[in-house]
Ligand binder design. Structure first.
Ligand SMILES: Cc1ncc(COP(=O)(O)O)c(C=O)c1O
Length: 377
């Protein structure tokens, strides 16, 4: 029999794509680094955990729920979202994390020869999904750590289908204010779809920050992404959504997997939205305090850093980010190395409760002192 040559069946753009390897489970890492506990500061999770309404929901859920398929199109949750944002249920499409809806939008609009435009240093999944789907991703360099609107407009060509704007940007935390966003949308002038990824929307406290939901009302080419993974701390349940005009949602729905969002996630998301806002306020206070603490540390150590919006900051190291990662791991602290994200020797740190931030500061300062002594010596 002829040998099976799997590779020959794989399209060239998939052959050329390098897979992303997520970090190992915490118990495996703890054993590897010889620590008895691990503070996860690598994924911008909300360390406060979900709102209390979610804990109550999870405790009350019955095993009898499990044999039954979920709402295939998140019917109930879309109703809750519509009420919350004064939109209609037809304007929402819910996915297995907002990562899933990135794929649905690209599949709905792009075919071979098309391109998408985004930044070179942003959430990488827009670029990855485009590339493993055989679509060119035009990556526009950030300007002053911020998406560059003019350069993105200049890059539009007749094959451009989607522009992805991460607002605020992960990992730099920078954002376009309302005037910049509206000017950009006016200049795109309906030539392409504009996706505004607001994964960290609920963390932003600046008054000039544009609310994507109100842009959807005025611009028929705008799609807004939001997620329950960040502020609402439902990352393990995998649930996020997009909001756009009913016409756009109807097109995107065609390439979207139905039944991909489980019942627990749908109910937990609705419960999270029922919180009176005190949870968001408490989380913002925690993040503000943690950001101030880290700025102070990095100023003292004379290190360059980016501390803007979102529940994360980045710092540039005088040594390899991988080496710093390993050193911190031996003390039970996990951060995100950023060389792979085109920020050589930067790390990103999630902003969490004061005791953990204090522990991070103490350990980071000690590692830096050690490095300096070695470099100096
Ligand atoms: C900017 C941005 N968009 C989307 C996501 C994906 O979120 P989800 O967990 O909903 O797939 C993330 C997660 O890190 C993110 O940082």
């Amino acid at each position: 029999m002829k040998a099976f040559d799997a590779l020959s069946l794989v399209p060239p753009h998939v052959q050329a794509f390098s897979p992303y390897y997520p970090s190992k489970p915490d118990p495996v890492l703890m054993e590897l680094y010889g620590v008895s506990r691990l503070h996860r500061l690598n994924n911008n999770e909300n360390a406060l955990g979900p709102p209390p309404e979610v804990a109550a929901l999870i405790e009350a859920i019955s095993p009898g729920t499990v044999p039954v398929y979920p709402n295939g199109d998140c019917y109930d949750l879309r109703g809750v979202l519509a009420d919350k944002y004064s939109m209609t249920a037809e304007q929402f499409l819910v996915g297995n994390g907002s990562c899933e809806v990135i794929g649905s939008v690209i599949k709905a609009f792009c075919t071979e020869g098309d391109n998408i435009i985004t930044a070179d240093k942003t959430f990488a999944v827009y670029e990855w999904v485009a590339e493993f789907s055989g679509i060119e991703a035009k990556l526009i360099p950030l300007r002053h750590s911020t998406f560059d609107p003019q350069a993105m407009l200049d890059a539009i060509d007749p094959k451009t289908k989607i522009l992805f704007v991460c607002n605020p940007n992960n990992p730099t935390g920078t954002y376009w204010d309302s005037a910049t966003m509206r000017d950009f949308l006016d200049q795109v002038n309906n030539r392409a779809l504009v996706v505004i990824d607001e994964a960290y929307f609920e963390y932003v406290e600046e008054t000039d920050f544009p609310d994507g939901m109100s842009l959807v009302e005025n611009y028929s080419n705008v799609v807004v992404f939001r997620t329950f993974s960040k502020m609402y701390a439902l990352a393990a349940l995998r649930i996020g959504y997009l909001c756009a005009s009913p016409e756009l949602v109807d097109l995107i729905r065609r390439t979207h997997i139905v039944y991909s969002v489980n019942t627990l996630a749908q109910r937990a998301a609705a419960a999270a939205l029922s919180n009176d806002g005190s949870f968001v306020t408490a989380t913002r206070e925690m993040v503000r305090a943690a950001r101030a603490r880290l700025c102070c540390l990095f100023d003292d150590l004379n290190l360059e850093y980016l501390a803007n919006q979102g529940n994360y900051v980045m710092v540039r190291l005088p040594v390899s980010d991988t080496l710093m990662y390993r050193k911190l791991m031996t003390s039970g602290i996990m951060v995100r190395t950023m060389t792979g994200f085109r920020f050589p020797n930067w790390i990103r740190i999630s902003l969490v409760q004061p005791p953990v931030m204090e522990e991070f500061c103490r350990i980071f300062a000690a590692v830096m002192t050690d490095f300096k002594a070695r470099l100096g010596g």
